[in-house]
Each structure stands twice: as structure tokens, then as C-alpha cells.
Design a protein around this ligand. Structure first.
Ligand SMILES: Nc1ncnc2c1ncn2[C@@H]1O[C@H](COP(=O)(O)OP(=O)(O)OP(=O)(O)O)[C@@H](O)[C@H]1O
Ligand SMILES: [Mg+2]
Length: 235
């Protein structure tokens, strides 16, 4: 569904991503884990069209989308839930959801369906989102992305700044998205959460993938070494 190959991205002098390749099949969940500044957001933002890569290609369902602007990617079903939610605080909850549909694909998602997923939203639909809690705002950001009927959903640190119970509630909705046929590429600093839900995981360190595998095949020692850049094993 999504195929990234040889992606290199620079922020000025800094090489934020170096020759990163990964693939995401339909209905699959792939997690990118990595420490602060590893390049996780840069990867998702580049896939979404917010950064232009210095090298590499991005394909969606076989089509080369590397040169397409953000809105054209959204129209093809590639949608980002950005780090930090980025809602329009003065707009109501419902208006924020509707923003997501503007450039989206036609499909099954509408406000009623989002309210089924997050029932508490219905009665707060007319409230400005600035009055919502962090967890609620994150749910609205997910709902907004769903309104575009994504084929591939890019999720950047759902857990950021939220209490564990709230994080769990957000993660609890992911299976329903997968049942609907979506593919998920998620980025997390919360490694255990990411490894619980992912079919496959990659660890990113200073812009390079240092470890890849299925969560059950990755040992905690290996993951820690890849995450922090330690040399594994006896020397
Ligand atoms: N727009 C930008 N301009 C310049 N440098 C940037 C920009 N965005 C990110 N960087 C730098 O690129 C590197 C990777 O940043 P990125 O935000 O992708 O990391 P991250 O893994 O998402 O980190 P975090 O866990 O803190 O969100 C960092 O060194 C960061 O300072
Ligand atoms: Mg980030």
C-alpha cells in the first residue's frame, strides 16, 4: 500500500533521514520507535508531503507520489495525524472534523461515524476544541483524519503528554480502523505501547533504521541497544 525507498531528508545541514526504506501492506500496522530527535516526525511529515526529500521515492498503491503536494496525497488517501494535534482551537469540535473532509476521499466516514467511535463527542460537538482535554483533543485529531477516508493513516505520537489510561483508550480504537481496511504507520516514544499493537516495527536512530522485525522476534536488549545506539553483545 505504501512503499518508501531510499528516503533522505535534510533540514539545512542536518541529515534528518538517511536512506530510509520501509513498506506497509494493506491492513498492516507498522511502528517506528526512536528517541527524541531520531527523525520520526520528519519521516511521517515527508510521507505526508510537508518536507521535500533530497533523495528517495514514496509510492502509494503503486503510484509514485514523491512530487505531489499534501492535498493531493490526502485526496489519494494518505493522511497524517500530526504531533501535537494541531486543531483549530476556536472552531467547534464538529467544525474541526469537517475540516478533515475538505480534501479527502469519498467514503464511509462522516461525523456520525466518528461519533460512533468516540460517543462522548456527540454532545460536545458545538464546543470549541480549546476547552477539551489533551486526550479529547487527540481523539478529535484522529476523527478529523478519518473524515478524509484514509487508506493509510500516519499517526505521530498519539500518547504525547497523556495519562496512560487515556493513551490506552485511543489505542483501543485502532483495531476498528484496521477492520475497515486501513493501514497504520505509527510513531511512538512509548515503545511498549507501539510494540503491543504493531505487526512489524523499525527503530530509528539519528535518521537511520537500526533494527527491524516483528515485535515478538525482538528482544528487549536488542530494542534498547537500537533505541539508544548502544553496541549490543559482548566485545
Ligand atoms: N523544520 C525543521 N528545521 C530544522 N531542523 C529540524 C526541523 N524539524 C526537525 N528538525 C531536526 O531534525 C531532527 C529530527 O527531528 P524530528 O522532529 O523528525 O525527530 P522526532 O524523532 O520526531 O523527535 P521527537 O521524539 O522529539 O518528536 C532533530 O534534530 C530536529 O531538531
Ligand atoms: Mg516527533
Amino acid at each position: 500500500m505504501l512503499e518508501v525507498s531510499g528516503l533522505t531528508v535534510r533540514h539545512g545541514q542536518l541529515e534528518a533521514l538517511a536512506n530510509v526504506s520501509l513498506a506497509l501492506a494493506q491492513g498492516e500496522t507498522v511502528a517506528m520507535i526512536g528517541a527524541n530527535g531520531a527523525g520520526k516526525s520528519t519521516l511521517l511529515r515527508t510521507i505526508a508531503g510537508l518536507h521535500r526529500p533530497a533523495a528517495g521515492t514514496i509510492r502509494l498503491a503503486g503510484r509514485d507520489i514523491t512530487g505531489l503536494p499534501v492535498h493531493a496525497r490526502v485526496a489519494l488517501g494518505l493522511v497524517l495525524v500530526p504531533e501535537g494535534r494541531r486543531l483549530f482551537g476556536s472552531l467547534t469540535l464538529e467544525e474541526n472534523l469537517l475540516v478533515g473532509a475538505v480534501r479527502g476521499r469519498p467514503g464511509r466516514w462522516d461525523t456520525a461515524r466518528v461519533f460512533e467511535l468516540f460517543p462522548w463527542m456527540a454532545e460536545r460537538r458545538s464546543r470549541p476544541t480549546i476547552h477539551l482535554s489533551g486526550g479529547e483533543q487527540q481523539a478529535v485529531a484522529i476523527g478529523r483524519a478519518l473524515m478524509a477516508n484514509p487508506r493509510v493513516l500516519l499517526l505521530d505520537e498519539l500518547s504525547l503528554g497523556l495519562a496512560p489510561a487515556l493513551v490506552q483508550r485511543l489505542y483501543d480504537v485502532l483495531p476498528q480502523l484496521l477492520e475497515a481496511g486501513m493501514s497504520l504507520l505509527l510513531v511512538e516514544q512509548d515503545v511498549s505501547q507501539a510494540l503491543r499493537v504493531a505487526d512489524r516495527a523499525h527503530c530509528l536512530l539519528e535518521g537511520r533504521i537500526t533494527l527491524s522485525g516483528r515485535p515478538r522476534d525482538l528482544s528487549p536488549v536488542e530494542v534498547e541497544a537500537a533505541y539508544f545506539g548502544l553496541t549490543a553483545g559482548p566485545t
